[in-house]
Ligand binder design. Sequence first.
Ligand SMILES: Cc1cc2nc3c(=O)[nH]c(=O)nc-3n(C[C@H](O)[C@H](O)[C@H](O)COP(=O)(O)O)c2cc1C
Length: 328
Amino acid sequence: MPTLETTYMGLTLKNPVIIGSSPLTSTLDGLKKCEDAGAGAVVVKSIFEEQIDSQSAQMVKESSDYVAHTDGSDFLEEVSRNFYIDRYVSLIEQAKNALDIPVIASVNCRSHGSWVDYVERFGAVGADALEVNQYILPNDMYTTSQEIEQEYHTVVKEVKKSISIPVAIKMGPYFSSLAHTIKQFDSYGVEGFVLFNRFYQPDIDINKLNLKPMVNFSTEHDYGQALQWSALLSAYLNGDICASGGVHSGETLIKLLLSGAKSVQVVTAAMRNGLGIISEMNDTLTSWMEKRGYESFVDFRGALAHKRLEDPAVWERSQYMKSLNVEF
Ligand SMILES: Cc1cc2nc3c(=O)[nH]c(=O)nc-3n(C[C@H](O)[C@H](O)[C@H](O)COP(=O)(O)O)c2cc1C
């Protein structure tokens, strides 16, 4: 029987299927269910920068009638900030006591701020790693691309300085030079790259004429971007790639391992079809490995990555030179 054991960011995972940050991982009960269903690791539902910084400031502002004294507002801001952080830290601590698999904390942020000073508390209660999900919507017409990129670099460097556990950056694909940006993050010592984040986008309700939330679930065809970039970059980085987005089957998991990913994250498929998808994926992987006589991932991981191919240019194509010989 082949082993599915993998390493990701220096952590040992019994298999490469991680349940990503989502409602599935927002409670201790949910996290335990992921472990019971066979997950290799879990990423806890993110704490948001706003919960640490802005909401505390907002709460102070709203209370300003009552808190005229600066000491009082400082105190209130600290209490509010601590409420969210304490709750999150407590969830991580409980999860670490209850689960044997790695527990990865997650912060969702835009920019650097005082929240960075608090992340070390996650490591202190035993979080195995921290995933930083940073995204700046570039909608300000007066902010240059260099200024935006600088902000990403500041966050990554400051987080790396503030915490001693491994750090993964959950990336969006929208960088003019994605490879260069990732390589620079790699040079700061980032241990993991989650490719890619999936962004929330608002929708319009045409009957009520207002905005409504749109949950951005993936389809089984959405793994192509993670596959291509994992193949292009995996062999050239010190950090590990965790592929995310559209991982719905064991076949896709195998493709991503062949591209060089060390692990995958799954959310939509588990929310839609239940956590049984974890063992389905691992069973498909096991029988595929058995059929080919592979004993561990060392035998095949990254075999189809850019660096390992005689003609790697196929991974670099993004325009159709000719259409496929398929009748649509
Ligand atoms: C309902 C929902 C909530 C999510 N919440 C978070 C979150 O808090 N933090 C985060 O980094 N990603 C969050 N994500 C993104 C997932 O972790 C994952 O990156 C994304 O869904 C792509 O994987 P999938 O194709 O398997 O769904 C969320 C996704 C969904 C569908």
